[in-house]
Structure formats: structure tokens, C-alpha cells
Design a binder for this molecule. Structure first.
Ligand SMILES: Nc1ncnc2c1ncn2[C@@H]1O[C@H](COP(=O)(O)OP(=O)(O)OP(=O)(O)O)[C@@H](O)[C@H]1O
Length: 318
């Protein structure tokens, strides 16, 4: 048996392996419960080419990842996309929410009541601003309370559709908000984007050790699937009191926080975002924090982070 042969469960004695040319066709395959699956034509998923064509006019495609849930990945995605769009009205930005089981971008970006429309050229995203659009499974649900209980292949199909059938037009930035962890959605997205030129991933964490432990796994995932790490953002690093401007640490940093972890693992640290309760309120109510909270320290920090992201995307293209 050659190295690299993959055997299915309940493989017959002389199984040629699922990745062999004769899989499903060899005499040993007769009667094997996997014969039908193995004999299906092999080759790259045609969706990979479709995604490449559809996203050919999208300059920077960025995955936003987090190890743990609730660390603020969706908030940070919204913050970065709004900052990118507000900084330059000529810059076209979009958010794709592939958090299939917990889509929050329609609410956070204030377009929860909108609907997506299908035209001859695909699904039209929902416009938050003239230069900021969003697509999310949240738009396709009957009610925001509907639970989505899908197995891997169905999620995979939806991600393929999202990546290959949304008519984004010409975009400078597409930020892809993912579920926490490394699951089916991440593998599907990375696979379908493999020929489309993924710029890289931004990883969001909080300073707590439990969150940082999971970020290490996320970094390992990116390295295993060859996704460039644009950097790590530490969210809710501190709390700045809106009344007295005094800064307090909410989550005690025991091992140096995200900055130290980035140094240890040699990945870029993009910056820290403070916790601002007014941001949380704006997100809950879908209001634009850029216009409502121009003095928020979180927005100042977000502008600095965006500068670093722009720089890192520019360097990549050189
Ligand atoms: N910098 C911040 N300042 C204030 N509130 C924040 C900040 N970041 C996140 N939050 C709040 O924390 C909560 C969790 O944030 P969010 O939903 O963005 O997390 P998530 O990592 O995307 O979660 P999930 O794992 O469910 O996808 C929300 O109520 C959000 O408004």
C-alpha cells in the first residue's frame, strides 16, 4: 500500500483507497458500503473556479476569526468595515456573514429588516451606506428566532453559494465574519477561496488567558491551511469611563495578553480596542457608531488598526 492512501471505515481487504483512480471500480470494491461514494468523479470542486471568477473584482478578501465565542468578532468586523468605508468614500467595502448558526451582521449594521433580492447576475447585497454592503444568512431566515440546524454538507453548500453568487460589484475590501473556532464553515471558506486570492485572516481575542489559548489554535489552523495572518486584535482590553476618562483593566492579563502572545508566535499585533458600553448599545440598536460616537476611544483605536491592515494588505500586493 502506498503512503497517503486513505481508507474508509469498513474498508474491504484489498481496498485501493478513496483517493485512488480505481476507487469504487476495483474488484475489491464490489459489495463495499462506500462503493457509490468512491466511484463518483474526482477532481477539484467546480465551486472553487466559480468563486475565483465571482470575486475577481474584489481586491482584498479578509477572514475575521476568533477562537472563542463572544469576544467581539462581529462587533470588530462591523467596526473595521464602517471605519474603512467612512475613511474614504471612494473605497467600496462589504461584509459577508458566514456565521450560519448565529448571523449578527444584519442587526449590528442596522439593516435587520431588509431583504436580499435575486437578479440575473446573482443575489444583491443589502446596502448600509453607498460604499458599504452586507450579505448574511440572517436575511434569508423567516424569523430572527429561527434556529438553523444544518450538517456540514449543507453549510458547505451555503458558503459556496454566498461566495459565488453574490453580485458585489467592484470591491476594495470584503470582510468575512466567521463563527468562532475552526469548524466546517472555516474549512469550506478557505477551500472555496483557495484560488481567489485570500489576503489573509484577522484574529480577534480578549486579553483573558482562556481566550488566548484558543487563539493559538486559530493561528495553528491558519498555518496548516496556508492562510496568511494579517494580525491579532485584542478587544475589550480596557474600559475607559465615558464620564471621567479613567482607564481600568477588566480582564486581568496574567501572561502578557495578546501583544506578548503575538511576539512569542511571531504574528503581527494589530492593536487593542477598549470596551465602550456605548458601542455595545449602538450595535444592539443597529446605529452607526462612527457618526454617533466620534469621540469614542474605540473608534480612535479602530482607525489605527485599519491603518495597519491597509499597510499589511499593501505590502502583500508588492
Ligand atoms: N469593544 C467593545 N465595547 C463594548 N461592547 C463590545 C465590544 N466588543 C464587543 N462588545 C459586545 O460584546 C458582545 C459580544 O460581541 P460580538 O457579538 O461581536 O461577539 P462575537 O465574538 O462575534 O460573538 P459570537 O461568538 O456569538 O459570534 C456584544 O454584546 C457586543 O456589543
Amino acid at each position: 500500500m502506498s503512503t497517503g492512501t486513505v481508507l474508509p471505515n469498513e474498508a474491504p481487504e484489498h481496498c485501493p483507497g478513496v483517493n485512488s483512480e480505481s476507487a469504487g471500480k476495483a474488484s475489491a470494491c464490489a459489495g463495499c458500503p462506500n462503493q457509490n461514494i468512491c466511484s463518483e468523479p474526482k477532481g477539484p470542486d467546480p465551486g472553487i473556479q466559480l468563486v475565483k471568477e465571482r470575486l475577481s473584482e474584489v481586491t482584498n478578501k479578509i477572514l475575521v476569526l476568533s477562537g472563542k465565542g463572544g469576544v467581539g468578532k462581529s462587533t470588530v468586523t462591523a467596526l473595521l468595515s464602517r471605519t474603512l468605508a467612512a475613511d474614504d468614500s471612494e473605497r467600496n467595502v462589504a461584509v459577508l456573514d458566514i456565521d450560519i448558526c448565529g448571523p449578527s451582521q444584519p442587526r449590528v449594521l442596522g439593516v435587520a429588516d431588509e431583504q436580499v433580492h435575486q437578479s440575473g447576475s446573482g443575489w444583491s447585497p443589502v446596502y448600509v451606506e453607498d460604499n458599504l454592503s452586507v450579505m448574511s444568512i440572517g436575511f434569508l431566515l423567516g424569523s430572527p428566532d429561527d434556529a438553523i440546524i444544518w450538517r456540514g454538507p449543507k453549510k458547505n453548500g451555503m458558503i459556496r453559494q454566498f461566495l459565488s453568487e453574490v453580485d458585489w460589484g467592484k470591491l476594495d475590501f470584503l470582510l468575512i465574519d466567521t463563527p468562532p473556532g475552526t469548524s466546517d464553515e472555516h474549512l469550506s471558506a478557505v477551500t472555496y477561496l483557495s484560488k481567489a486570492g485570500l489576503s489573509g485572516a484577522i484574529i480577534v481575542t480578549t486579553p483573558q488567558e482562556v481566550a488566548l489559548l484558543d487563539v493559538r489554535k486559530e493561528i495553528d489552523f491558519c498555518r496548516k491551511v496556508n492562510v496568511e495572518i494579517l494580525g491579532v486584535i485584542e478587544n475589550m482590553s480596557s474600559f475607559i469611563c465615558p464620564n471621567c476618562d479613567k482607564s481600568s483593566e477588566i480582564f486581568p492579563v496574567t501572561t502578557g495578553g495578546a501583544r506578548k502572545m503575538c511576539e512569542d508566535l511571531r504574528v503581527p499585533f494589530l492593536g487593542s480596542l477598549p470596551l465602550d458600553p456605548r458601542i455595545a448599545r449602538c450595535c444592539d440598536e443597529g446605529r452607526d457608531f462612527i457618526t454617533e460616537l466620534p469621540d469614542s476611544p474605540a473608534l480612535k483605536a479602530s482607525s489605527e488598526i485599519v491603518k495597519r491592515v491597509l499597510e499589511s494588505c499593501k505590502q502583500q500586493k508588492q
